[in-house]
Design a protein around this ligand. Structure first.
Ligand code: GDP
Length: 527
């Protein structure tokens, strides 16, 4: 049977936002509207765990929940929607970058009082670099927030794309009256409270110039009318291709906590977000509708059960169809894998999966066979590209008090490094292993996990390094010479890729001037 119709109904996306903008609330509401009500509780439970950032024991306890809710699959209208969660804390943004490589669209949530915030910017950079289409939801209109035109202007400036309003707010805060649907030319009247999900009870007023609205909502309505008139004259028409190319972002207003404006977003995801597209491998471009299965590991969650050293590899299905019991090839080393208990994430329960299609996410339990960036196929040699590693921004040497534990430390760090929890660098001169992180919290997590999962009491000993750049050269001999001449500044990462380590930008500049053929990279793509 052709996989075409199944693939055509897939929508795979992630929500990105600055902490507290309302990502958890919106996620919960999307699930509610899609009829997956039992989920709401676990999304909240997960959120509770996130706030206990200093209490790692608590986080450990919650990790089961976090795996279950890191991918959520739901059915809405005739579509299967895969929603991928991204970590809330900026110190784990590397994880988020990788999740963004597995989606076809992103939903950006903005707090209407704060506009586009710092953390969202970096995530947007990743979306832009990949040409990922972005939908925008401006949340918390039930509060005293910024003027919508001003917000729209900021979004356009920051995104570098035009925002095309699909809905427009009438009033805000205590005088928030609802949103005007610019496409259907009608206003949906705001009602506070969270429990109204059926359209039947919606209070709808047709037409922009309806005297009822003018009467009911007074000055706020007149303002909105004026703004909408302005927008209709000045803003570009929505063009789906422009959206798919990442040049236009459809814009929605609402209040997630009040279930308001959420349905419009869900409908837009179904109507506008792209179906799974082709993916680039080193060898060729892979079309989702190809008959043969292929997939890529974009996230690994290790040691769910410390007694068993198990890991779940999250695989985005890139083409074809996955069937239970299927034999898979790990293209990195040609090893064969025949997982029997592959899981999907339907309705929050981890369920054994029988079939999955391009766009879906499956979880493969394993004991270390699978690494980040691995490509799985039915036999063809393929390597998908694009899984980014960013040069760490802080470093710590790591030591153990008990020399008998050194081997255990290396094993633990190797595995945590493969999982992507931290980057591990082995200095070429044999000195203490270096940990590299994008955020400080990553160090704390790793020290804690080394202790609880590997029984190693590790100590962070600081490091003079502030920068790392992966080095490559078209001429292998030249690269060898550079490495030999700079032994004390070279370290190898978890896949043995060499990096140049420096304490100051100036060291990097001097090295680059002395060795013009060497290329220095702040980002390494798994390949
Ligand atoms: P996250 O950190 O982005 O996941 O944000 P949460 O979903 O946890 O929301 C942060 C806070 O904002 C919580 O206290 C929510 O109840 C609140 N919140 C979310 N949506 C709205 C909204 O539409 N209006 C108001 N007033 N508060 C909201």
């Amino acid at each position: 049977m052709s996989t075409g119709p199944e693939i055509a109904r897939r929508r795979t996306f992630a929500i990105i936002s600055h902490p507290d903008a309302g990502k958890t609330t919106l996620t919960e509401k999307l699930l509610l509207f899609a009829g997956a009500i039992q989920i709401a509780g676990s999304v909240k439970a997960r959120k509770a765990s996130r706030h206990a950032t200093s209490d790692w024991m608590e986080i450990e306890k919650q990790r089961g929940i976090s795996v279950a809710s890191s991918v959520m699959q739901m059915e809405y209208r005739d579509c299967v929607i895969n929603l991928l969660d991204t970590p809330g804390h900026q110190d784990f943004s590397e994880d988020t970058f990788r999740v963004l490589t597995a989606v076809d669209a992103a939903l950006m949530v903005i707090d209407a009082a704060n506009g586009v915030e710092a953390q969202t910017l970096r995530l947007l950079d990743v979306c832009r670099a990949r040409g990922t289409p972005i939908l925008t939801f401006v949340n918390k209109m039930d509060r005293e927030v910024r003027e919508p035109l001003e917000l729209m202007d900021e979004i356009e400036r920051v995104l570098g794309m035009s925002a095309v309003p699909f809905t427009w707010p009438v009033g805000m805060g205590k005088r928030f009256h609802g949103v005007y649907d610019l496409r259907r030319d009608r206003m949906r009247v705001f009602r506070a409270g969270a429990e109204h999900l059926d359209e039947v009870h919606d209070d709808i007023i047709e037409g922009l110039d309806n005297p009822v609205s003018v009467e009911r909502f007074g000055a706020e309505y007149a303002t909105a009318q004026g703004e909408i008139g302005l927008l209709r004259d000045a803003s570009p028409e929505f063009d789906r291709q422009e959206f798919l190319d990442g040049k236009q972002s459809p814009l929605f207003f609402g209040s997630a906590v009040n279930n308001f404006g959420v349905r419009e977003v869900l409908d837009a995801l179904v109507d506008l977000a792209p179906t799974p597209g082709p993916r680039v491998a080193i060898q060729r471009s892979v079309d989702p509708a190809e008959e043969k299965f292929s997939g890529v590991v974009f996230k690994i969650q290790a040691n769910m059960d410390p007694a068993h050293r198990d890991r779940i590899a999250f695989v985005r299905v890139c083409s074809g169809r996955f069937d239970r019991g299927m034999r898979l090839k790990v293209c990195r080393n040609g090893k064969e894998l025949r997982p029997n208990t592959v899981v999907s994430f339907l309705s929050q329960r981890r369920e054994i999966v029988d079939t999955a299609y391009a766009g879906d996410i499956i979880g493969i339990p394993n004991h270390g066979t699978l690494q980040l960036g691995d490509t799985l196929t039915e036999g063809e040699d393929l390597q998908f590209t694009g899984l980014p590693y960013f040069a760490p921004e802080s470093f710590q040497a790591v030591e153990v008090a008990d020399p008998l534990k050194i081997k255990q430390l290396r094993i633990g760090l190797q595995q945590l490094g493969e999982e992507g929890a931290i980057q591990v660098f082995k200095p070429a001169d044999g000195s203490a292993l270096l940990l590299g992180a994008v955020g400080q919290l990553q160090f704390e997590v790793v020290v804690h996990r080394l202790k609880t999962e590997y029984g190693v009491a590790a100590r962070l000993a600081g490091s003079r390094y502030k920068l790392a750049r992966w080095i490559t050269c078209d001429d292998p001999l030249e690269l060898r010479r550079f490495i030999d001449a700079n032994q004390h500044r070279i370290a190898y990462d978890v896949v043995e890729a060499p990096a140049f380590m420096a304490a100051y930008e100036s060291e990097l500049r001097v090295a680059a001037e002395l060795a013009p053929k060497i290329k220095f990279h702040a980002l390494r793509e798994h390949a």
